[in-house]
Design a protein around this ligand. Structure first.
Ligand code: NI
Length: 163
């Protein structure tokens, strides 16, 4: 089921999300719905607060627009390492339609998370996948792209968005 996407500046997007204690049927349904919503949007990443659920889960599929769908469901992620090297690139967000912001991110990260089947993952993420994961992780901490900008740039982009 496609769920409505929460739009900035809804205060839901500023909340810190709670860990998922148990991967039960509602959590599995949420993951299914989030993937359906992400592909429909269309987007390459979607975090639970963006559909109004304050739990630590996001979905991503960074390559599906170029080929087959390879969805990843990320539960209770933890970024355990960020490379010293950073990259700046344009990022959109399904909760801030029409706005593209240049955000600085670590070029590579190590992330650990739990999959939908309960198994543990630890992976070094690079390239666009690293960027996407950091963007979605931010959502779980109540941060959007605006929160990663200088106040000058933020003011300009927010004014454009709200106009
Ligand atoms: Ni986003």
């Amino acid at each position: 089921m496609i769920r409505p996407i929460v739009l900035w500046p809804d205060p839901i997007l500023s909340q810190i999300c709670a860990p998922i204690e148990q991967i039960d049927a509602p959590v599995q349904q949420l993951a299914t719905d989030m993937l359906e919503t992400m592909y429909d949007a269309p987007g390459r990443g979607l975090a639970a607060p963006q559909v109004g659920v304050l739990l630590r889960m996001f979905v991503m599929d960074t390559a599906w627009k170029d080929g087959d769908r390879t969805p990843t469901v990320v539960i209770n992620p933890n970024i355990t390492d960020r490379s010293d090297q950073s990259v700046i690139g344009p990022e959109g967000c399904l909760s801030i339609p029409g706005v593209t912001a240049d955000v600085t991110r670590a070029a590579e990260i190590t992330m650990q998370w739990t999959g939908l089947d309960g198994s543990l993952f630890v992976e070094r993420l690079t390239g666009f996948t690293a960027i996407c994961a950091q963007h979605e992780f931010d959502h779980l901490e109540g941060r959007v792209t605006f929160d990663r900008l200088t106040s000058d740039v933020r003011s300009i982009l927010q004014a454009e968005y709200l106009a």
